[in-house]
Design a protein. Structure first.
Length: 111
């Protein structure tokens, strides 16, 4: 299964749009984050108040990234180029690292 996170200005409007317009189904919700799903893709919609918006420079439309769930964030991030510090939120901890071309990849460790 693949996971992508999108930062959104209005969580309810984003969930409605993905469900009603693009055929996603609504999954789990963690306060300011709702997961919508379609064809093996989990799309994490992170609204105002989510830990995803704590990253410096994070904003809807410009901070989208691939999310890889890991069992041990510290071990997975060892030796990689981070974009900021580890951030904790209601669902777990995460860190954005850069691939060799500078593309953001979020390493996420669930609680």
């Amino acid at each position: 299964m693949a996971t992508v996170r999108y930062l959104v200005d209005d969580l309810a409007a984003a969930v409605d749009w993905y469900v009603e317009r693009l055929g996603f189904s609504e999954g789990d919700s963690f306060g300011p984050v709702t997961i919508v799903q379609r064809d093996g893709l989990d799309l994490w919609l992170s609204g105002p108040g989510s830990s995803a918006l704590k990253q410096p420079g994070a904003a809807p439309g410009g901070s989208s990234r691939l999310v890889l769930q890991v069992d041990d964030l510290d071990a997975a991030a060892a030796g990689l180029q981070p974009r900021g510090d580890v951030v904790g939120g209601g669902a777990g901890r995460w860190l954005i690292v850069e691939d060799p071309s500078g593309n953001p990849v979020e390493l996420f460790e669930a609680r």
